[in-house]
Ligand binder design. Sequence first.
Ligand code: 3PG
Length: 304
Amino acid sequence: MKVLVATEKPFAPVAITGIREVVEHEGGELVLLEKYTDRQQLLDAVAGVDALIVRSDKVDAAVLDAAKQLKIVVRAGAGYDNVDLAAASAHGVVVMNTPGQNSNAVAELVFGMLLMQVRRRFSGKAGTELKGKTIGLYTYGNVADNVARIAQGFGMHVITYLYCCPIPVREGVECVSSPAELFEKSDIVSLHIPLTPDTREFVNRAMLERMKPDAILVNTARKEVVSEADLLAVMQERPAMAYVTDLLPDAHAEFEAKVPDRYFSTPKKMGAQTAEANINAGIAAARQVMAYLKNGDETFRVNR
Ligand code: 3PG
């Protein structure tokens, strides 16, 4: 049983050690393709493997066509918009994710970026505090639950709108009745929605105009859930609004030029890039792969 870990953005070495231990302990063989720069390397590497573990790496029909023996793909992480589920089902390939395994890391980055913004990039100028502010979580899953936990530690008021498939909401978190209400009431809106046809550019002018004039929008979800054109326009109309994101916008240069000091993006998505998150998600993925290959265990399957 050959298990390929193909990660353009590699796991921490300690996570690879753990993945290898799981795979080999269960009688499998680990194959590594890390930091690849050319898609052809992925197409070549998948030939002859039984299982594939990826992060945000694109797994489309071409990859599935090239992987004649492939039985399972596990996205070591939460969002699986990078995997073509219909093509996988058509190829008879099971797809899973590893929900919750990297969520604390993402939640901590939310506060890293927020603190940097409200403290004015640590420039020495007077900033503001998080205590007493309202943070709106759209919507409530594992990452949002961790954001809520940390926000409560800061003395913030936490509100959320339950979009779909809700998990139990932490004590003290207030559920509002519409996304509009959430955007209106929040000092900070933190996005935690998956990318689907319904959520693409959900944060458009209409939603942005509902926000407070000096609100901060935080995006650790996906670039595509925000309309960049609308955001740029609204931020120019509202000189105190800020955007901090872990998803480099296509219009990065324009944001930097037009709304300096109120815009920050990490150069490369790094919310889940901690040793702990890599270990949790990587080892969970390896366990899920081996449990499926050996026992047909389909827990966490996301395609049918
Ligand atoms: C996820 O969906 O789990 C996060 O966006 C992390 O993605 P990454 O594995 O590419 O860092």
